[in-house]
Design a protein around this ligand. Structure first.
Ligand code: NDP
Length: 301
């Protein structure tokens, strides 16, 4: 195995330390405690785990956590009403509505109701626009975490060929924008892309955000490339016993690690970075809402 294995778990722990220090400074210097509200509608088991982890880590770094668990039959008007109350609540600096929402609720309408300055997920159309035109906004947590990992292992992203596979609004598109902002030459590939292996082979930086287990093979990877695997896919693992499963990424990790220069594992790569960046975004939002400077070292190593 030749590649450097990028330890997202350790890097996320470092960000949480930075955040905890910043939160302590805001408390002593300004009497300000950043607060994150997380809204969960329904009983989706994966969402429940995410929400629990977010709340626990929020408290661990010294911030206030406000959890709102609503039944699956909650209607859109009730949810919009809660969002309006959270927008108006001065103790709440970040609002996150856990996706997916039940099918009878229009997720776009709900996200668009969040005050963009409290939209710590960075999904509001205003924040997507700010990222596109190069203004300070809230940057979606998963691509932000990916960028931190890429910066750690690449001294100069400028001029590099970057290929992002996947064009979702929450990962692929903002990832492309962030890499463009770093002066990479960016290609965003998707399900209609022709000759995807050929496109991937051009990449100095390859980000996979597809949701297809181990789709990207070693012969799609340029030797020495930085490979960031966003995918989280649960696959059967009969070798662990009947009915058991395991998590794999969108990249065939073992064979890709023979070719890449650096690569993220799944689990333990991008996953932990997402919540760490959410906490950092909440501090950023709290500072901006109070007219305070944003600590420059939140994401530093
Ligand atoms: P979406 O399903 O919204 O988007 C998937 C993208 O992959 C689409 O743009 C789709 O193309 C493209 N795609 C699908 N099949 C192919 C194919 N055969 N070849 C090329 N492109 C293809 O997924 P998300 O962006 O929300 O998530 C992607 C993955 O990342 C998932 O595994 C998800 O679980 C994981 N994830 C991980 C996070 C983390 O914290 N680590 C956070 C968020 C997501 P098209 O647009 O043409 O349909």
């Amino acid at each position: 195995m030749g590649a450097q294995i990028i330890d997202g778990k350790a890097r996320a722990a470092r960000i949480r330390e930075n955040v905890a220090e910043a939160v302590a400074r805001l408390g002593t210097g300004h009497g300000l405690t950043p607060g994150l509200a997380v809204v969960l509608v329904g009983e989706d088991p994966a969402s429940q785990v995410y929400v629990r982890n977010k709340a626990r880590q929020t408290v661990e770094v010294g911030m206030r956590s406000f959890e709102h668990r609503l039944p699956a039959e909650t209607d859109e008007a009730e949810l919009l009403d809660l969002v309006a109350r959270l927008n108006a609540d001065p103790a709440v600096h970040g609002i996150l509505v856990q996706l997916p929402l039940p099918p009878h609720i229009d997720a776009t309408r709900v996200i668009d109701a969040i005050n963009p300055d409290k939209d710590v997920d960075g999904f509001h159309v205003v924040n997507a626009g700010r990222l596109m035109v190069g203004l300070d906004g809230m940057v979606p947590c998963t691509p932000l975490g990916c960028l931190v990992l890429i910066r750690d292992v690449m001294s100069d992203i400028s001029g590099a060929e970057a290929v992002v596979v996947g064009r979702s609004n929450i990962v692929g598109k903002p990832m492309g924008q962030l890499l463009l902002r770093e002066n990479a030459t960016v290609t965003i590939a998707h399900s209609r892309t022709r000759d995807l292996p050929d496109v991937c082979r051009r990449a100095d930086i390859l980000v996979a955000a597809v949701g297809r287990p181990e789709m990207i093979r070693s012969d799609w990877i340029k030797p020495g490339a930085v490979v960031i695997d966003v995918g989280i896919n649960r696959v059967p693992a009969p070798e662990r016993g009947a009915g058991k499963s395991r998590l794999v990424g969108d990249v065939a990790f073992a064979e890709a690690a023979e070719v890449a220069g650096a690569i993220t594992p799944v689990p333990g790569g991008v996953g932990p970075m997402t919540i760490a960046c959410l906490l950092a975004n909440t501090v950023t939002a709290a500072c901006r809402l109070h007219g305070l400077p944003v600590p420059p070292d939140l994401l530093s190593s």
